[in-house]
Write a protein that binds this ligand. Structure first.
Ligand code: PGA
Length: 252
């Protein structure tokens, strides 16, 4: 499986910015090494799909999904709609949605289920907060989060999914976790999943997110246990993002 690099625009960008961004990537991407996915704000998903249509190297991620399939749910987006415009991945359980939209694990679990049911691929975010980090119990937190989801179904729920290990204290703070720590966390998460089902674990990519930028990405993407990157702020810098996706491990 290829490592994946996901650009999460969050609540940023407009028509002009996104058009320029995608056209530039279409022109300048020269690397087949990574799978690339773009998560623009929902109103620009369709436009982005139209712009990347002929570019097989890039696909689409949605920043959200609703747990309902159809009906009177003002303001929501269904999996079927996302599928209709060729979205491939959906970010679920992001700490910003937990904090600002009060999403809890029950809702996140339902979002994972509907995503799988619609044949979209969930990018499930897990990670410890600063207190847990300081107490050195980050791995316990991540395993607890995973257990919550799989206890209600089983590890099958994670089949072919992406787990995004994102320490909450590193998101948007400019303070990334150090490579040794990331390496350990991703390895321990994978080891834990392996104890449940090795075959399914082999289908899961565990990526890292949290203040990845032009200065630190090389060290992080090179880590064995890191199967990709989820990049927020730095993905908005088109020149830097292109440098990141065009980076080849053999380069210095
Ligand atoms: P950041 O965001 O790169 O701006 O820290 C990462 C994320 O929230 O996925």
């Amino acid at each position: 499986m290829k490592k994946i690099i996901i650009a999460n625009f969050k609540l940023n960008g407009n028509k002009k910015f996104i058009k320029k961004y995608i056209l530039k990537i279409n022109k300048e991407i020269n690397n087949d090494k990574y799978e690339i996915s773009i998560a623009p704000p929902i109103p620009y998903l369709y436009m982005t799909e139209q712009l990347i249509k002929k570019n097989k190297k890039i696909n689409l991620t949605s920043q959200n999904i609703d747990i309902n399939k159809i009906g009177s749910y003002t303001g929501n987006i269904s999996g079927k709609m996302l599928k209709d415009i060729k979205v491939k991945y959906v970010i679920i359980g992001h700490s910003e949605r937990k904090i600002y939209h009060l999403e809890n694990n029950d809702l996140i679990f339902k979002k994972i289920l509907i995503t799988k049911e619609t044949k979209l691929i969930p990018i499930i975010c897990i990670g410890e907060n600063i207190n847990e980090y300081n107490k050195n119990i980050g791995i316990n937190t991540c395993i607890k989060q995973i257990k919550f989801f799989i206890n209600e179904k089983n590890i099958n729920l994670f089949n072919k999914s992406i787990l995004a290990y994102e320490p909450i204290w590193a998101i948007g703070t400019g303070k990334n976790a150090n490579t040794k720590y990331i390496k350990n966390m991703n390895k321990n998460i994978r080891n834990y999943l392996n104890t449940l089902d090795k075959k399914i674990t082999n289908t899961i990519r565990i990526v890292y997110g949290g203040s990845v930028n032009i200065n630190n990405f090389k060290e992080i993407i090179k880590i064995n246990n890191v199967d990709g990157l989820l990049i927020g702020k730095e993905s908005l810098n088109i020149d830097n993002f292109i440098k990141i996706i065009n980076f080849n491990n053999n380069q210095k």
